[in-house]
Design a protein around this ligand. Structure first.
Ligand code: SF4
Length: 269
């Protein structure tokens, strides 16, 4: 279901480690990732559809954002797309993210975009104007597109995301590779860093968060991918995660890229 809504605020204070504010032009996400933690947003919308099957379009985002920016410019960095992907397929039709980015650039706001879509390259002209005030993260949890279809059915193919990362980097945009979530038996952190490091200024990582009602969808994705069912034991195993983080640190060192941050949602067995 697609619904157009109006909101009173789009720029909101954030408790995320690297962001003082966040901006989400949509509620819900047609990328429909099995592991998505943002599914908690259903609670605030009344939607009964499964995660990934609904999107509310915040139609008045440009007006509200203009009003908020006229009142106050965020002091820290604003993350565009913290509980939705701001470049999900509907953005092609609505262009709301582009208009929001245009305003952030004009008002000299420091911001970061994080996406699993290559549509972001459409906005390179604006991102170039922002210079060092903006960075763009391409999120990847795997290189195998067969696994991608099981875990992230609506997101862009892996090759398209890697191509977008390269294009952004070549056009002088500050970029980062966001490896997340790290899925046991799916995510090869060393291979991802090796594939993307040349086009990423920095690397971020995130553990799998199983505390948000996503367990059954993740289990279905593992079954669809014909992977062993020990994934949950591994995801909750601190030693396994510590070993994976060490692999990630080593890969970053090998490729001369800093591991800027790691979101750890370790859940004890
Ligand atoms: S792209 Fe991000 S917000 Fe969208 S479903 Fe996937 S994890 Fe969730």
């Amino acid at each position: 279901m697609i619904r157009e809504i109006t909101v009173k605020s789009v720029l909101q204070a954030s408790k995320l480690p690297a962001s003082s504010h966040c901006l989400n032009p949509y509620v819900g996400c047609h990328h429909a990732c099995a592991y998505c933690y943002a599914r908690f947003m259903r609670r605030f919308t009344g939607h009964k559809e499964p995660w990934g099957r609904f999107v509310d379009v915040k139609k008045n985002t440009p007006d509200i954002l203009a009003r908020q920016l006229a009142h106050r410019i965020p002091s820290g960095s604003t993350l565009v797309g913290s509980v939705c992907d701001a470049y999900q397929p509907l953005e092609r039709r609505y262009g709301i993210t582009r208009e929001a980015v245009r305003q952030l650039v004009a008002k000299k706001v420091t911001f970061s975009l994080l996406t699993k879509s290559d549509l972001v390259v459409r906005d390179i002209d604006l991102l170039q104007q922002a210079g060092s005030r903006c960075s763009v993260g391409i999120s990847l949890a795997m290189l195998n597109d067969g696994y991608r279809r099981c875990f992230e059915p609506g997101a862009a193919a892996v090759s398209r995301r890697l191509k977008a990362l390269k294009e952004l980097h070549c056009e002088g945009i500050r970029t980062y590779l966001f490896i997340g979530p790290i899925l046991p038996r799916v995510t090869d952190v060393g291979a991802l860093v090796a594939e993307a490091a040349a086009n990423a200024d920095e690397i971020w990582g995130e553990a799998l968060n199983l505390r948000c009602g996503n367990r059954n969808d993740v289990a279905k994705a593992y079954a669809a991918a014909h992977l062993p069912d020990d994934w949950e034991l591994l995801a909750k195993d601190k030693a396994w995660l510590d070993g994976t983080i060490t692999q990630l640190e080593n890969a970053c060192r090998r490729h001369g890229r800093p591991l800027f941050g790691f979101y750890n949602h370790h859940q004890p067995k």
